[in-house]
Design a protein around this ligand. Structure first.
Ligand SMILES: [Zn+2]
Length: 433
């Protein structure tokens, strides 16, 4: 279902004119209301009327997470606090969280974008949506919640955790769409198997999974185990929350709702814009938000963009699934390694379970990457030779994919910590890293 055909299927040139008009209006508003941007624009002699085409966006300054931190908590808000009806916050890597604000109009915009997302995932007003993202300062729970209500779904505000209860509600209430992180979807699927609940006993048809990178392999695993069609959703609180982009039924990239957020891909080292198809850092410019319309916000997420028109009829550009974070990227003996690459390899190996942990340590002068993988319990009652054989098989597959030697350690089922939110996959024990 296309929720908003007028905007989602708009002629590309017509939308470009709308984007330019909205960008100019946003720059004027920031210049008037936010000292940080007023100075940035003055530094480059930028007046709102200088923006005549989308190419002019490239001359605008970037905004970074550090800028948000330096202006903590309200310094970048473009409206007085009395107009702000809600705040959310994401955990910062060092100390203070990143605080974001919404006016009533922003909340309305968010619900619209989320309804578009749910529509992309095949949702309709007839659906029963179980929201198993955490509710609270994190944008996942409330974002999906308001979007589901806007769509007209029956929303079950489960929040995350208590997996057995999640499954009971899912079965008893006839949930048709599950929304949570992909790692939690795997946990739910595992628990269903342990409790002897088959996919046939559930009415699930679709899943909306995001807030952390995941792979095609994870998609297949969750789809098989829960009997649903899994869709990737993307968003971040600095830009909106979930609902910045979503995969449609074509599952060939996520439509970015670019009448609200203009996406770019840049080279993280030079800041230069990259052409369609080339991987780089995702950057967004908010052109309709009232409280926090960030200009060229650097997400640190690695992705690609395409402006080719999709078979579903939507004319929004599509971003590729997130390949990792520019700052999560591990550099092992000079080679760039994204955890998602390792996950992808493991999911292609029959003996490996989709639970793993990466441990990086320094032995002498050498960086060593150890991949701990859960395997089926039966394997441990087998011979030692059989275990070694599986270790070698995994190590070889990883060597082929990454180009570096890794140590593989097989562990028994349920040894590694399970996630109820974002998975923590990497333990970096190197000093000074
Ligand atoms: Zn599409």
């Amino acid at each position: 279902m296309i929720w908003d055909p007028y905007n989602e299927c708009m002629d590309v040139e017509q939308r470009a004119r709308l984007q330019v008009w909205r960008l100019r209006e946003t720059v004027a508003r920031l210049k008037a209301n936010v000292p940080f941007y007023r100075e940035r624009f003055r530094d480059i002699d930028l007046e709102p009327e200088d923006i005549r085409s989308l190419e002019d966006l490239e001359h605008l300054p970037f905004t970074t997470k550090d800028d948000l931190r330096d202006n903590y908590p309200y310094g970048l808000f473009a409206v007085p606090l009395e107009e702000v009806v809600r705040v959310h916050a994401s955990s910062g890597t060092t100390g203070k969280p990143t605080v974001v604000g919404y006016t009533a109009e922003d909340i309305d915009l968010w619900a619209e974008c989320m309804a578009r997302s749910i529509g992309c995932a095949g949702g309709t007003p007839h659906d029963i949506l179980q929201v198993s993202y955490g509710y609270g300062l994190f944008t996942g729970g409330l974002g999906l919640h308001f979007g589901g209500e806007r769509m007209g779904c029956t929303v079950i505000p489960m929040s995350s955790g208590n997996t057995e209860r999640q499954l009971m509600m899912m079965r008893d209430l006839g949930t048709t769409i599950l929304a949570c992180t992909p790692s939690y979807a795997l946990t739910i699927a595992d628990t269903a198997r342990d409790l002897g609940i088959s996919a046939d006993e559930l009415k699930l048809k679709s899943g909306i999974f995001g807030a952390e990178p995941w792979s095609e392999g994870s998609r297949k695993a969750v789809e098989e185990m829960l009997g649903l069609s899994a869709h990737d959703i993307y968003g971040l609180s600095e830009v909106l929350g979930p609902g910045v982009s979503n995969e449609c039924e074509a599952k060939n990239g996520l439509h970015v709702f670019d009448d609200h957020f203009i996406p770019e891909i840049i080279d993280p080292a030079t800041g230069k814009r990259l052409p369609d198809g080339e991987p780089g850092e995702l950057v967004f410019t908010c052109i309709t938000k009232r409280c926090l319309p960030l200009i060229r916000y650097r997400t640190r997420d690695v992705s690609t963009l395409t402006h080719e028109i999709c078979s579903c009829g939507r004319t929004h550009p599509r971003m590729g699934r997130i390949r990792g974070r520019t700052d999560d990227m591990l550099i092992i003996r000079g080679v760039n390694v994204f955890p998602s690459q390792i996950e992808h390899v493991l999911l292609g190996i029959e003996e490996a379970q989709p639970h793993y942990q990466l441990v990086v340590r320094r032995e002498g002068r050498l960086d060593v990457l150890e991949v701990q993988v859960e395997v089926a319990g039966e394997l441990f009652s087998d011979t030692v030779r059989r275990l070694e054989e599986v270790e070698r098989k995994i190590a070889h597959a990883l060597y082929t994919a990454l180009g570096i030697t890794v140590q593989v350690k097989l562990v028994e089922p349920k040894t590694l910590a399970r996630s109820e939110g974002k998975a923590k996959r990497v333990l970096d024990l190197r000093e000074g890293v």
